[in-house]
Write a protein that binds this ligand. Structure first.
Ligand code: SIN
Length: 298
């Protein structure tokens, strides 16, 4: 049984980072302003509701591959319909089976206030309870409290790169079980849970996955949905899983975004996990999200 190290060693520490997979070519169609050295960049000079030709689409996809989460501000013309069109640059939209939908079919509205408390304040990857987890998500801010309500993303390749060698060895080639029952299921009646279970079984994903496009190794376990690592004895399983999911909390791997109305974030949902900070209760915060269907992970 591996002994769990502390999350990070105290004192000065150099992160073990592979170089960011940034292409040397300049961007031709917009400006890219990195928010941290490794994850997150603000893009200026693009109107997301305008015409997006092939060259612009390629550059936007490249920016997401390189920076893992990209931010846009002042996208006043972006309606739910245009948001859906924009999101299709990355693939086919899919609806979270547990979200109420907004006006348009696959745009999910996340409206929080004194009656509806934010529940996305835990580190997660969207739809990891599906056999093919969402590839990316496009989130648009509709109403934002005067302060608070930020979202944080963490770079799961950086997490993997910095795991201790014996932990990497312990989880190499292992498979994790992902399930919605203990998180979303906790909010349902037993009857509803049993009904949904018929079409939504537990699913399996590699604990160390390779990113489908970049091939980068990344840690693919998350707090609400990963329940077990197959083949690890029960007494070690919980401790190892807890240690792994807690890695997402290390600030050195993260980027934090302060929203304004009409800000948009697009994130790579395999390369990152995210956390919606719930420090604004009981104020109102309304967001609309489109998730894009992904592929099974290897
Ligand atoms: C989500 O967890 O997908 C929503 C994130 C947010 O509301 O900031």
């Amino acid at each position: 049984m591996a002994t769990m190290p502390r999350l990070m060693q105290p004192g000065p520490r150099t992160l073990n980072r592979l170089p960011v997979d940034v292409d040397a070519r300049p961007y031709e169609r917009f400006d890219v302003h990195p928010v941290t050295p490794y994850i997150g960049a603000e893009i200026t000079g693009v109107e997301l509701a305008g015409t997006i030709d092939d060259e612009l689409a390629d550059e936007l996809r490249r920016a997401l591959r390189e920076w893992k989460v990209i931010f846009f501000r002042d996208q006043h013309a972006l309606t739910p319909e245009r948001q859906l069109e924009f999101a299709k640059l990355w693939g086919e939209p899919e609806t979270n089976p547990f979200f109420p939908t907004g006006d348009s079919v696959t745009v999910s509205r996340l409206a929080k206030d004194a009656q509806a408390i934010g529940t996305e304040n835990l580190w997660h990857s969207d739809h990891s309870f599906l056999a093919a987890p969402a590839k990316c998500s496009v989130l648009r801010a509709i109403e934002i409290p005067p302060t608070g309500g930020d979202t944080i993303w963490t770079d799961m390749s950086a997490v993997y790169d910095n795991l201790r060698a014996d932990i990497k060895e312990r989880i190499e080639g292992r498979i994790g079980i992902h399930d919605w029952i203990q998180s979303w299921g906790a909010l349902m009646t037993p009857e509803r849970k049993a009904e949904l279970r018929k079409t939504m079984p537990q699913v399996k994903h590699p604990v160390i996955a390779r990113h489908p496009e970049t091939g980068r190794k990344l840690l693919y376990v998350n707090e609400p949905f990963t329940t077990e690592i197959i083949g690890i004895p029960a007494e070690e399983n919980a401790a190892l899983l807890e240690y792994l999911v807690l890695q997402a909390r290390i600030p050195e791997y993260q980027v934090r975004f302060r929203w304004e109305p009409n800000s948009v974030a697009v994130w790579d949902n395999i390369a990152t996990q995210h956390y919606a900070v719930n420090d604004y209760y009981p104020q109102r915060r309304v967001m609309e999200r489109v998730a894009i269907a992904g592929v099974p992970l290897h």
